[in-house]
Design a protein around this ligand. Sequence first.
Ligand code: LLP
Length: 427
Amino acid sequence: MNRQQDPASYTPHFARRRGNVFCEGVSLEAIAKKVGTPAYVYSGAAISGAYSDLDKALTAALGKTPHTICYAVKANSNLSVLRLLAKMGSGFDIVSGGELERLRRAGISPSRVVFSGVGKSREEIAEGLRAGIFLFNVESPAELELLSAEASRLHKRASTSIRVNPDVVAGGHPHIATGRRHHKFGVDWPQARKMYLAHRDSKWIEWQGIGSHVGSQVLSLTPYRQALRKLAGYVRDLEANSVRLRYVDIGGGLGVRYTSENPPKAREYARALAEETRGLGRHLLIEPGRRIVAQAGALLMRVLYTKETRGKTFVVADAAMNDFMRPALYSATHPITGVLRPFNAEKVSDVAIVGPVCETGDVFLDSWPLGEVHAGDLLALWGAGAYGTSMTSNYNSRPRPAEVLVEGKKFRVIRKRETSADIMHGE
Ligand code: LLP
């Protein structure tokens, strides 16, 4: 792993200039001074850039075959991020009534929304039907029965798809691999086939699609090809049995560079999808989350203390595992660099960068080369735009961080730092 390369050099719309790190036209130090730390900073241009990168690549590769990007809201569900993507023309993928509520609050029509998730409640299904969800991705026979019953009760036909478990190997950490037969997600094909046929002439279930999601932080195109090949076969089998589907949904999962990963380029990904669906002529849906927002965000924190214990140096920062879970939860490596010092300062030594939470696992990086730092110095944790704020907690009664969106030379707070009163509200 090349731990020495400065993330500011390979993260789009971030750069080190004049002894400071900039997000677009704004220095991270200026943001930290204004809003305090810890704080998340997102580049609007990086988000829209990642979206249009994928969109353009798909348009070029698919030709006349239509496609829709349904951004996976769980990756980063801030209302301003959702609005920005809606403006770009994005559709959305949700997994809860709460995410549906967020989209509505952002003024986004449910007719652009795919509803996924292995455990939708009756209330969530009813809410989705009333709202006019574009597509329900059903994950079990029991859910299909419930969807059909609710649709009949509300007199709303349910536009429906089945998430088939493709049984392919993909994804980074075991916790984010989802496409193997032993995972809880999706329905295996023999069972899915029975579901399609049993509801072929249903008054309330309108078969529209088929889908799968292979995993997350996927760095190879092979699992996509394998899953799509299977889906294409299923679509043809169903067609021969008078179930005609309009949509094929290949889920999300496309990986990003955090340290030295080499993820497929949008162009390569789009080409693979196009090759595997050639001749099928179905509307392609994709549900990327991480790929759109991960690199667009950094988590700013300040050094509280440094200390040495038995030859090991600890840098104690004011952000912790409650603010950013990925290292504690998945042993994910997110580079951390000083903001004001040059990246390869002379005095670099391996340190542990930790937070204040009372857990041994509250470690961002255990042995990481960092230039000399002092209390008060500003640090940036990179690749924090996806599954950062959306996975925060209030553990140790720590208020959630502020979130800031940078657009050109301007920045604005898109979520206020929580207060202790916010945390205790409702107790
Ligand atoms: N569609 C479905 C049905 C999903 O389950 C997921 C993610 C996505 C789309 C979006 O996947 P993405 O493109 O973001 O990889 N918290 C973990 C990631 C969990 C992903 C769960 N499903 C992490 O921080 O790595």
